[in-house]
Ligand binder design. Structure first.
Ligand code: CTP
Ligand code: MG
Length: 246
């Protein structure tokens, strides 16, 4: 299917990273089917606080002063609803909406095609994490000016971790130096392009691909509110949090 491309004016705001003025592009990946959520539509269009889940990330990143332009990656057949949603929100930074791939990494790769060649920094964000804040965006941008190629927001692992073989516990894994990675993840554009150029097998996030191609990745504080919607229970929890915020 031909990607649906919607052009709007990107913000003129520029962020100064490592002394060079350049633009910060965001890719919102929203092309997953949401199998574990089990609705009749992609997870990005699950209702949350009276609007589709995807609306939250578009709205928050569009209003984020650190972000200049946004690309949305949608499931096949859902490009038009995503564009209409961006228009409804009166998002001013959404430059295009493209069709995703069969894996998250392929969807990121599709979004990357829409990012201009001279973009300096690219943020990749899961639509499934609706509560993205300006503070976390600011935190992930910081280390890019200090010699890092990529930055992931992380939170401590709370549960005790076990390695199992079938029903049997084989080992209790020390969680001392283990953290859970969230999004948005920030990258110097050339490093992300390099990471996404090769084999995408087994990539669960973009940072792992950039690591594989020799990139230096920093970890910064994530945000406990930035949890991912995976199941119906997650959606119900976020619904309650949003109602409390409003
Ligand atoms: N994603 C994507 N393209 C894919 C798979 C995932 O853009 N082929 C996006 C999802 O839309 C989501 C993020 O990557 O915003 C994280 O993926 P996940 O939570 O696994 O979402 P789904 O793959 O949709 O859910 P499930 O694994 O339950 O099917
Ligand atoms: Mg998935």
């Amino acid at each position: 299917m031909e990607p649906v491309v919607h052009k709007a004016s990107a913000s003129e705001r520029r962020l100064d990273v490592s002394g060079t003025a350049g633009s910060v592009w965001g890719i919102i990946v929203a092309a997953g089917t949401g199998e574990r959520l089990g609705l009749d539509r992609p997870k990005a269009f699950a209702p949350l606080g009276g609007r589709p889940l995807l609306a939250e990330s578009i709205d928050r990143l569009d209003r984020c002063p650190w972000v200049d332009a946004l690309v949305i990656v949608s499931a096949a057949g859902w490009e038009e609803p995503a564009i209409l949603l961006a228009e409804e929100i009166v998002a001013t930074k959404v430059v295009s909406c493209v069709t995703g791939g069969t894996t998250r990494a392929e969807s990121v790769r599709a979004g990357l095609q829409e990012v201009v060649d001279d973009a300096l920094v690219i943020l990749v964000h899961d639509a499934a994490r609706p509560l993205v804040s300006n503070a976390v965006v600011e935190r992930v941008l910081g280390p890019l000016g200090e010699g890092y190629d990529g930055v992931v927001p992380v939170v401590p692992v709370q549960d005790t971790l076990k390695r199992v073989a079938g029903a049997a516990v084989v080992e209790t894994v020390s969680r001392t130096d283990l953290v859970a990675a969230q999004t948005p993840q920030a990258f110097l554009a050339p490093a992300l392009r390099r990471g996404l150029a090769g084999d995408l097998t087994d990539a669960t996030d973009c940072a792992s691909l950039v690591e594989r191609t020799g990139g230096r990745i920093a970890a910064v504080d994530g945000d406990p509110w930035l949890m991912k919607v995976t199941t119906k229970a997650d959606l119900a929890l976020l619904e309650a949090i949003l109602a409390g915020e409003g």
